[in-house]
Design a protein around this ligand. Sequence first.
Ligand code: PEP
Length: 260
Amino acid sequence: MRTLFVAGNWKMNPTTLEAAVKLAEEVKAGVGQAVNVRVAICPPSLYLYRMDEVLAGSPIGLGAQNMNAKPEGAFTGELSGPMLVDAGCTHVILGHSERRHGHGETDDLVNGKLIAALESRLLPIVCVGETRLERESDMTEDVVGRQLEHSLAGLTPEQMGGVVLAYEPVWAIGTGLTASPTQAQAVHAFIRRHLAAKFGEATASRVVVQYGGSVKPDNAAELLACPDIDGALVGGASLKAADFLGIFHAGQSVVAQGKA
Ligand code: PEP
């Protein structure tokens, strides 16, 4: 059984702590004590300690958007797993396409961060996804398969069971273009098959695989109803509480209609 999981990636927004607190308070009020759909917010790291205070008493998880693979040391500008845990984090996004493409993160680097996150007992959300050119060249499965192979290298099936994946086609991120439910489900099913071949059926059936790429309240239910889509990683729409809660409510309605 996989519980739907909706996470908000706030990226480098909002620009003041005051606005971040207001957004987190609104999300907290909207989610209440509901646990039939899991929720996490991933604000800028500068706000994490304060966000942990705001989220006290709520089931909402707190995630960072990146971390360094080393626990401490001379790494100017970086943050480590132990630091994120100290700030109250439960989750960390790894290998987001904006880091892969904008900051040169390789699958091997993501793999090192993943192992470090698990050692820190953070729940990693590992992102994979193809560019538009790769999709148009019919390379989606090659690219996603390679990202999975290398980013998840060395994990035991037990460790894999504690990792969340996010399929985020790069061409759908922040563009308003969304993969159709059919397109997204096909890649999610491919990811599930890949996990089964590498980690076994039992593990593959436990791993939560989120979809990300212009998810909005009005397209969320259709995506979340797909059998292998277990949640959403939400960028732009996570910056307005009403929109993010709309996606959360879409998840709840999908659960109410019988999806675990
Ligand atoms: C993201 O950056 O993870 C994302 C899915 O962004 P958006 O929802 O804005 O496409």
